[in-house]
Design a protein around this ligand. Sequence first.
Ligand SMILES: [Mn+2]
Length: 322
Amino acid sequence: MFKEFISKVLQHDNVAIFSHLRPDGDCLGSQVALALWVKNNGVEVSAYNEDAIPENMTWLLNSVSIKKPRPADLENYDAFILVDGNALHRFGGVAEQILKTDKPVYMIDHHPDPDDIFEAPVSVVSASSTCELIYHLYAEHDVDQIDAEAAKAMYLGMVTDTGSFQFDSVKPATMHAAADLLERGRFTPNLIAEKIYSSRPLRQLKLLSQALDTITLHENGVFASITITQEMFRLTDTSSEDTEGFVQYPLSVEGVKACILFREDDNGRIKLSLRSQSDDIDVNKWARNFNGGGHQKAAGAHYEGTLADAIKDVIAVGAEQL
Ligand SMILES: [Mn+2]
């Protein structure tokens, strides 16, 4: 899977790795573990993200620092690697200028429909996470290069992208990889769980409490929605980063097959997060009606208009799949 990637990347002197906007555990874990791999194999490496790193993941920065890129930085590298996304615009304004440099752009990702601009792309839609793919990179090259920092980073991405190993993207191979990371990194699952899930600020739970109150069932209880408004952000002193994971709650209602999170953003748009737990409902297709996309079971999009219109229109489009 990684033969061409490995031989090409290790011929460069200096590469930069980008993770996607509004970073999550999988893109950051992939970025850190991949940066360690590149460095351990004699290539200079830098890591970039245009957005802030979520507070509960800043411990990753102890092993690799992740900087905010400036356009001039692009001149310093022979090649670029994108992780956990397959189109440059997902990585922000500076990343979008990479093509102008005419230097190779590599990509490791598990989202559908990758752009065709990449060198030796590794695109595996069935993978639970990009971190599971990075594990295979190590396994194919030299599995003994996995140190404690890389192991924790990859485990983080596997946990967060699979809802703690609950999604149906989790295969026996995913658990084998996770178990190997626990052994090699000499840590137990609760270490990462505590860092990620037991470090929420109180204001975030106050926001969650208001959001839970909005859960509504649609189409005879097959769909559920949850809503977060600017007013809620104001009342609880929170922002959009504090809504991470909220979309799982409507999905946990008995009988619900798919759900949508509607979030009023400060740019006047409504951000949509869609989740399915049924093979019959494809939220990637659903989201494409609203200029978005993602996976069959997890996708995102945007709606221009009022919250009430968003709920009405988005549910109507989803109902066509029933
Ligand atoms: Mn991912």
